[in-house]
Design a protein around this ligand. Structure first.
Ligand SMILES: Cc1cc2nc3c(=O)[nH]c(=O)nc-3n(C[C@H](O)[C@H](O)[C@H](O)COP(=O)(O)O)c2cc1C
Length: 361
């Protein structure tokens, strides 16, 4: 069975949930590894006070016994602690009593760059909150939890995945990135940036050129582009390859079939080639501005200023964690396709036998 993931949950609703199917039985999960990644997602210099308000932890409702997967669907829950302030506004059922707390007034001033306008038009909502609550990146929390599970599976066959921010607001280096964040905060503006994800220990042969949908580069690009705010993805040296000659763009094959360069980012013809898999994702500046852009009131048609709601200045460090999880999940899917196995033992044995066949050490 292939590895699949479905998630649900609104930003200020009661909880975020994910169901993961296709995990082999016998995989040991560490609660601390999952919670640790949830904490990493919440940290970062440009994040809003909400992140201090909520310390995310995972709850497992099904598919795990005594810390090992059962080979059955794994059900994960991350509660939204902030929901206590939204019990009326985000009540799943018809709310009882007088309106109180947050989210009681409809949002009618859509933010440029967010889901507010497109979502209200598409789904016939009168309150843009009905669109923005799900479009928000809050539910990336449960995808990060799924990514931690994927990393546990990949770890069994020696694959490690790590994401990091490389550029924020057009500058590199921690001090400059912090300074740019401080400056944007005091200007009540927002920033974007670039993150890089590297996966090591990936054997040759994940993904395929057999059908377009199997191509690993396409799958990773899709996984990264699906993250809120991501507007461009690069595999290997991607964009700059277009400006070079072939003799300076490809990775020559050395004895042992290794490469001394990795311009391709570990993928050729949609298949991993044994070098580290490397991808970058570029995020636009966040759309919620404390000094809002011009908008139009959807109820009255009058010009106005877009919704202002508690928001991050930049979320590039968080994106690095989310992108790491997305790449881990997609690599785990590709590995599960290649090596199969209802039991972890079978998955690991198939990986070992394959490496022996191709003489890859
Ligand atoms: C980890 C993370 C945190 C984010 N935090 C915010 C935020 O605080 N405020 C905001 O306006 N957008 C935030 N975004 C971006 C929006 O969710 C995103 O821009 C919006 O959903 C519209 O989607 P699009 O940018 O892909 O078109 C965040 C994105 C990520 C990945």
């Amino acid at each position: 069975m292939s590895l699949e993931l479905v998630s649900a949950g609104e930003s200020h609703g009661p909880a975020l949930v994910a169901i993961l199917t296709g995990l082999p039985a016998g995989l040991r999960l560490e609660r601390e590894a999952i919670d640790g990644d949830l904490r990493r997602r919440q940290q970062g210099y440009g994040r809003s006070p909400r992140q201090q308000l909520e310390t995310d932890t995972v709850e497992v409702l099904a598919g795990l016994r005594h810390g090992r997967t059962l080979g059955t669907p794994l059900a994960l829950v991350v509660h939204n602690r902030d929901h206590v302030n939204w019990t009326w506004g985000m009540a799943p059922w018809e709310p009882q009593g007088e309106p109180s707390g947050k989210g009681t007034k409809p949002v009618t001033l859509p933010r440029p760059g967010h889901a507010d306008l497109a979502g209200t038009l598409k789904y016939a909502h009168e309150d843009a909150r009905n669109a923005l609550e799900r479009a928000s990146a809050r539910h990336t929390a449960v995808h990060v939890a799924a990514g931690a599970v994927a990393k546990a599976l990949l770890g069994e066959i020696g694959i490690a995945v790590a994401g990091r921010p490389v550029e924020i607001g057009g500058v590199t280096g921690e001090d400059a990135m912090r300074a740019a964040t401080d400056e944007a905060r005091s200007d009540r503006d927002t920033l974007g940036g670039i993150v890089e994800v590297v996966a090591t220990g990936v054997p040759p042969g994940l993904g395929s050129y057999a059908t377009p949908g199997e191509r690993l580069d396409g799958r990773l690009a899709s996984a990264l582009m699906r993250i809120q705010g991501v507007k461009a993805v690069e595999v290997g040296e991607g964009l700059s390859l277009a400006r070079r000659r072939g003799s300076e763009a490809h990775d020559e094959i050395e004895p042992g079939r290794r490469r001394s360069t990795n311009r391709a980012g570990g993928i050729e013809a949609g298949v991993s080639n044994g070098e580290p898999v490397l991808a970058r994702a570029a995020m636009k500046p966040l759309p919620t501005l404390m000094r809002p852009l011009r908008s139009v009131d959807l109820a009255s048609g009058e010009p106005g200023q877009a919704l202002v709601e508690r928001s991050d200045v930049q979320a590039v460090e968080a994106l690095a964690v989310v992108a790491e999880a997305a790449v881990a999940w997609e690599l785990a899917r590709a590995a599960k396709e290649k090596f199969g196995g209802d039991a972890l033992l079978d998955f690991v044995a198939a990986h070992r036998a394959y490496l022996e066949r191709i003489g890859w050490t």
